[in-house]
Design a protein around this ligand. Structure first.
Ligand SMILES: Cc1cc2nc3c(=O)[nH]c(=O)nc-3n(C[C@H](O)[C@H](O)[C@H](O)COP(=O)(O)OP(=O)(O)OC[C@H]3O[C@@H](n4cnc5c(N)ncnc54)[C@H](O)[C@@H]3O)c2cc1C
Ligand SMILES: *[C@@H]1O[C@H](CO)[C@@H](O)[C@H](O)[C@H]1NC(C)=O
Ligand SMILES: *[C@@H]1O[C@H](CO)[C@@H](O)[C@H](O)[C@H]1NC(C)=O
Ligand SMILES: *[C@@H]1O[C@H](CO)[C@@H](O)[C@H](O)[C@H]1NC(C)=O
Ligand SMILES: *[C@@H]1O[C@H](CO)[C@@H](O)[C@H](O)[C@H]1NC(C)=O
Length: 527
């Protein structure tokens, strides 16, 4: 059985040579070098925003410099996109919903350019559902501190905001945000770009003053009122990063206030990264975790990966590359570098975020949010801590018990042909698993016995995911370097600076530029 399968595999990969079996009886395939010796070979490990962008810009820069290039992308998952991925409501492919990164904004240059280049359609978030309720509410576990009736994707306009927080507070907060983002945007262009050292760049651009302080300290220093900080800014850091304002650094807090021109790719943001990979001409290996990266005496690297396919079960493959780009957090990669890297990135704590998607014919219950019966509940519920709750160090959501609950859109259960009644699609971000008791509570259903399964008539579809979603963005002034060793590059140092699809794309682009500049400079591959 094994042998005949192996023959099939050998035909399929005819330029490759089967070396033999491992002691587990698995075939080992060695990919032979049949490239012209001038083509540079790069392995990108990870097909998320960073890896796909690295591949895309590598191709672009190499073409511009007339350098022959061959890119292979290894991805552990069976899909492209990493933390940008969709699942399908009711399992219906026509009803995709973002499970991870859901929005980007108009200042996100790489993503916006890619959307244009690949002719992808985006939607903004103006699709208001007629629930009569406010568009948005900030809930502290006791009451709504702030509600906004109408759609408004900025925090700066609207009479209600000015009235509650004061025009001066809004003015100062916006100026501070603009200063931070303005400095950050210099990272895309010369003379800052490309940057070998993120730490030096952050310092040179004056961004250290934003990253060294907590969001709370930064706002205080700039005379921005506590009320605005506790409500608007903290609600934003909690929904975007599952972190309170007294722990998250000031730059990430400013990023959370940059909501102008929020958009998403229709059908899923992952399509940006899929198009980038296609455009790069890379050979993409899905379901192919890299296990080991071994340095050869000539300075090149052998990438050992295990690919699974329906034909072969598991195949161990080995391929030799000139450069390696590790495009995901080292600590979750499970890669054994032999010898150990000259610089091993520090392990950092990541948020464990529970994302729960579900559909129901019910709207949220006003009683669950201390409103009067018949009152409409806000469509998007952000959270903050109540005034008397000590700002905790910790990772939980405090009194509200969750970070956000959003009514995303009306949906129809296409599995039921006859009684396709309108339902609603919801998304919850929380630090713990959402159980039936909690769902019954927010939907205003009868109290249930502990752990009793909620009826499918009430909640027709549920999807749960636990992510290592992003790092705890504690204040800091130093960051991992882009180069971990001669010929080994790293993108995830960017994540403790700002973790977004765009910043990770920027880092992929940066590494691509550094790699190609290295070739152009004829600096020689290795020391
Ligand atoms: C729930 C959630 C909501 C978010 N919301 C937003 C948002 O609205 N807007 C926004 O901009 N950002 C958002 N983010 C953050 C954003 O998703 C990340 O910052 C960004 O997608 C990270 O991209 P990346 O390429 O660096 O990492 P990833 O997307 O994690 O990609 C790394 C890839 O490497 C692969 N990999 C790792 N090890 C190996 C190996 N050994 N072999 C092969 N492959 C390997 C992984 O499988 C993964 O696919 C959100 C994140 C989460 C989880
Ligand atoms: C790149 O290399 C791989 C493996 O060696 C090979 O299969 C592929 O054809 C090459 N691609 C290009 C575009 O040269
Ligand atoms: C871009 O997409 C739109 C619809 O999505 C289509 O009508 C149009 O022809 C496309 N243009 C190009 C250049 O592909
Ligand atoms: C925060 O954590 C530190 C160290 O873990 C601890 O010393 C301190 O007491 C904590 N503060 C609060 C408010 O819980
Ligand atoms: C259900 O979740 C709530 C809120 O997270 C929690 O307080 C409660 O203990 C959980 N109940 C059970 C039975 O696990």
């Amino acid at each position: 059985m094994r042998l005949s399968l192996l023959k099939v595999i050998t035909w399929l990969v005819s330029p490759q040579v089967v070396l033999g079996f491992t002691n587990h009886g698995q075939a080992v395939i060695k990919v032979t070098d049949h490239e012209p010796s001038t083509a540079r070979k790069v392995a990108v490990i990870g097909a998320g925003s960073a890896g796909s962008s690295a591949a895309y810009y590598l191709r672009k820069y190499a073409d511009e410099a007339d350098i022959a290039l061959n890119i292979s992308v290894f991805e552990r998952n069976s899909y492209v996109g990493g933390r940008s991925t969709t699942v399908h409501a009711y399992g219906d492919p026509l009803q995709p919903v973002e499970l991870g990164a859901s929005i980007f904004v108009e200042v996100n240059r790489n993503l916006v350019n890619a959307v244009k280049e690949f002719n992808l359609s985006t939607s903004s978030f103006s699709s208001r559902i007629s629930t009569d309720g406010p568009e948005l509410g900030i809930w502290d576990g006791v009451r709504f501190r702030f509600t906004e009736q109408s759609e408004d994707s900025t925090w700066w306009t609207g009479a209600k905001l000015a009235w509650r927080y004061g025009p001066l507070t809004l003015y100062r907060a916006r100026a501070l945000r603009n200063a931070a983002i303005g400095s950050f945007l210099k990272m895309y262009d010369e003379p800052t770009f490309p940057f070998a050292s993120l730490s030096d760049t952050v310092y040179d651009l004056g961004l250290t003053k934003f990253t060294a302080a907590t969001g709370e300290q930064l706002l205080k220093e700039h005379g921005i009122g506590d009320l605005f900080a506790d409500e608007i800014v903290e609600a934003s850091t909690r929904v975007n990063y599952a972190q309170n304002l007294n722990l998250i650094h000031g730059l990430e807090a400013m990023v959370c206030l940059s909501t102008e021109g929020a958009m998403a790719v229709e059908g899923g943001n992952w399509q940006i990264f899929d198009h980038m990979l296609k455009s790069s001409g890379a050979t993409v290996h899905l379901s192919s975790p890299v296990r080991k990266v071994e340095r050869l005496d000539d300075g090149r690297y052998v990438v050992h990966s295990k690919s699974s396919s329906y034909l072969s079960g598991f195949l161990n493959t080995q391929e030799t590359f000139d450069e390696i780009i590790l495009a995901g957090p080292r600590q979750f990669s499970g890669i054994d570098f032999q010898p150990e890297l000259a610089h091993v990135p520090d392990e950092i704590p990541y948020v464990k975020l529970h994302v729960t998607l579900f559909t129901s014919k019910h709207l949220l219950s006003p009683l669950a949010f201390n409103l009067q019966p018949g009152d409409a509940v806000p469509q998007v519920i952000l959270t903050t801590l109540p005034p008397d709750e000590p700002r905790s160090n910790v990772t939980d959501a405090g009194l509200p018990g969750f970070f956000s609950i959003s009514l995303l859109r009306p949906v129809v259960d296409t599995r039921r042909f006859r009684s396709a009644q309108p339902e609603y699609l919801y998304k919850i971000f929380s630090p713990q698993a959402v159980n039936s008791t909690f769902l019954a509570h927010i939907l205003g259903l009868k109290p249930r016995k502990a752990n009793e399964i909620i009826s499918q008539r009430d909640v027709s579809w549920v999807y749960r995911q636990v992510w290592d979603s992003y790092p705890y963005e504690f204040p800091r002034v130093t960051f991992e370097e882009s180069r971990l060793d001669s010929g080994v590059w790293y993108t995830a140092g960017m994540e403790v600076f700002v973790s977004t699809m765009e910043t990770m794309s920027l880092m992929g682009m940066n590494v691509a530029r550094l790699v190609v500049d290295g070739w152009k400079g004829g600096m020689g591959r290795k020391e």
